[in-house]
Design a protein around this ligand. Structure first.
Ligand code: ZN
Ligand code: ZN
Length: 240
């Protein structure tokens, strides 16, 4: 068993923990529920089987996230007072919100915080539209493409469940950028890099080309080059 002291949270963890709790009931759960309900409605196969639209099943992924989030709330509420464990999620959340000190000073706070961080990260990923996700690299264990929300610092592989820090995955990816070429216009390579959370403007790229800082090869199409992605990120590193 862990000593109680190991479960004490520092001031900044207490603040983060409280933000996550607020966000869970205020933003994430309502949003997940609306996703689930919307998809359930679209997916009701009863009426228009002849229209040619295949019924979309209820989003079981959203359902799982909701179940995990609600279980976390019920568990914490139940620790405040046993009877609260039977509350629906909204009442459980209110009970937690109105007992800030009790929650933050709980002997299990560090473990509860870690569990909530995991839940919150999965929720955040599910609620982030595909186009806002960034490619951080590949899973070091199974090679699956690793995408995450731009602000994430931990990543869990959806395939093999490997877990690790985003910075390390990005570093591995960046080392391989020297082996990667991209053919296109400056604006296109800038857009491609932004998908990897590497940010430069097409103006910067054009300037580097003009000043001979990039050794991109022009193709026979006007304004188009073969870029080495490692060279672009190296230029960015020394300009940021
Ligand atoms: Zn801390
Ligand atoms: Zn993996």
């Amino acid at each position: 068993m862990k000593p109680v002291a190991a479960n004490l949270l520092c001031a900044s963890c207490r603040e983060n923990y409280w933000q996550l709790i607020r966000q869970l009931g205020h933003v994430q759960l309502p949003a997940l529920r609306s996703i689930m309900l919307r998809q359930a409605r679209i997916g009701t196969p009863a009426h228009t089987p002849s229209r040619g639209n295949a019924p979309i099943p209820i989003d079981t992924h959203a359902q799982d996230l909701i179940a995990d989030s609600e279980a976390w709330l019920a568990e914490q509420a139940g620790k405040i007072r046993a009877a609260y464990a039977g509350y629906d999620w909204r009442k459980a959340w209110f009970a937690i919100i109105s007992n800030r000190r009790t929650i933050l000073d709980m002997s299990t706070a560090a473990d509860d915080y870690a569990a909530l961080e995991h839940i919150s990260r999965r929720n955040e990923t599910a609620l982030t539209p595909e186009e806002a996700m960034v490619i951080i690299g590949t899973c070091p264990q199974c090679g699956h493409q690793a995408t995450s929300t731009p602000q994430a610092d931990e990543w869990t592989c959806p395939h093999c469940k490997w877990q690790g820090g985003v910075q390390a995955i990005k570093a591995t990816r960046d080392n391989k950028l020297w082996q990667l070429e991209y053919t296109g216009k400056p604006v296109e390579v800038a857009r491609y890099l932004s998908k990897m959370d590497i940010h430069c403007t097409s103006d910067q790229i054009r300037q580097w080309l003009t000043r001979g800082k990039l050794h991109a090869t022009p193709t026979k199409h006007k304004g188009e080059y073969v870029f080495n992605l490692g060279e672009i990120t190296a230029m960015l590193d020394c300009h940021n």
